[in-house]
Design a protein around this ligand. Structure first.
Ligand SMILES: [Zn+2]
Length: 77
C-alpha cells in the first residue's frame, strides 16, 4: 500500500484488527504518516445476477447463470 502523503511504496503494517472486516494501521517509514486500510469481502456478482433472474422467472437465463456459477466453483472460470 502506497503512502497517501508521500507515495512511498512500502508502508509497514503496525497493527491489524481481527474480524470479518480487517482494519490495518500502517505507517510510512519515510515521512512517518500513519493511516488505516480496510479489507472487506466483495459481493459475488454471479449470485446477484442469479437472484435477479430468479425474480424475473427466466428459466433459460437462470440455468445459464447457474452453470457459470458451478464452473466457477469447480475452478474452471
Ligand atoms: Zn510517506
Amino acid at each position: 500500500m502506497d503512502c497517501p502523503k508521500c507515495a512511498f511504496e512500502d508502508t509497514k503494517v503496525i497493527s491489524t484488527s481481527s474480524s470479518t472486516i480487517k482494519e490495518r494501521t500502517r505507517k510510512c517509514p519515510v515521512c512517518g504518516y500513519v493511516f488505516a486500510t480496510v479489507e472487506l469481502p466483495k459481493v459475488d456478482t454471479y449470485l446477484e445476477d442469479y437472484a435477479r433472474e430468479l425474480l424475473k422467472g427466466d428459466k433459460k437465463l437462470i440455468e445459464a447463470i447457474g452453470g457459470k456459477q458451478k464452473d466457477r466453483e469447480r475452478g474452471i472460470l
